[in-house]
Design a protein around this ligand. Sequence first.
Ligand code: BV8
Length: 249
Amino acid sequence: MVAAHRDSVPVGRRRTLVEMSIVVLTGAGISAESGVPTFRDADGLWEGHRVEDVATPEAYAAQPAVVHRFYDDRRAALAGVEPNPAHRALARLEERLGDDLLVVTQNIDDLHERAGSTRVLHMHGELLSALCRACEGRVRWTGRLGEFPACPSCGISALRPDVVWFGEVPYEMDRIAAALEAADLFVSIGTSGAVYPAAGFVQHARAHGAATLELNLQPSEVSRLFDETRHGLAGELVPAWVAELLADG
Ligand code: BV8
């Protein structure tokens, strides 16, 4: 494993665990074992919908009710799922690494936080947040937006799902870029590497000297860019990797 095989960590960047800074990128695959559908797998989220019909600003402008139903149903489904061993293992790692661990997730579910992770960046937004297009305020939202409720702060019925659609700029890109440039280790978990800019993070981290590890059910579109890849279920791979890291620490 990258961190344990000290000679695989570039000389000069070798540090003990407590000194390492690690960035973990997660995708839909880390929540699959919790029962959250992924996007591209056979019965995946996009299966029922054309991406451009539900996850673009144009789709929202053309048929807001359809888009709201898509996200309202995913928000309601959160009540029926729980974090899995992969989410919990990352929360354990944060206990040891503190600020030296950052989880950047493409997921809009809240399973990382429910597992105990606090240092989580939702680069594509969150289901449990609504964004007002009138006052740009954000409000924690657990119900449905399909009834076009009024914004609690400005009163205008202009609330949209607080998610990043295709063609929109992902959140916190500056913080993410800085973390990738300072990372000793970049780990990608449960993502197909099909969507940018997330799929480009491995190159950015490598270009700044980080060691790189992919944990995924099957090879992704960017597997060739990683120093090491392990294929299998996140619920098994992630706890094993964290145990090695902590034992090595
Ligand atoms: C932007 C929120 C400008 C909403 C999402 C360069 C080249 C080509 C295209 C582009 C490019 N740059 C930009 C684009 C356009 C576009 C894009 O990438 N298009 C693709 C389709 C080609 N990107 C954008 O529009 C982005 N915006 O570029 O703005 C910019 C850029 C940088 C800086 C400034 C400005 C915005 C994209 C965000 C769109 N919103 N989600 C919602 O969720 O509804 S994307 C959404 O799809 C997810 O968030 C995620 O990002 C993506 C799905 O991917 P994954 O999470 O990886 O899921 P997937 O199902 O594909 O794969 C699951 C993997 O897990 C599989 O590999 C599977 O094997 C594995 N797996 C399954 N089960 C398990 C498992 N692994 C382990 N254990 C298991 N149990």
